[in-house]
Ligand binder design. Sequence first.
Ligand code: SF4
Length: 61
Amino acid sequence: MNVKIDKDLCTACGLCADTCPEVFEMGEDVAVVKVNPVPVEYEEKVKEAASNCPTEAIKIE
Ligand code: SF4
């Protein structure tokens, strides 16, 4: 699983980094992905973060 963040949609709310800090962290202006492909053990948390993102900025590929 690969994940990316649409910089145009992210509002830097921080929810994804709270949900799965192993994969997401807050950058200067938007959240950034620390590791791709996502380790299998974090896939469920990444899916949860994606479905909870208020702007649907997290894209799972
Ligand atoms: S949850 Fe969505 S809007 Fe919030 S920081 Fe993460 S990617 Fe950005």
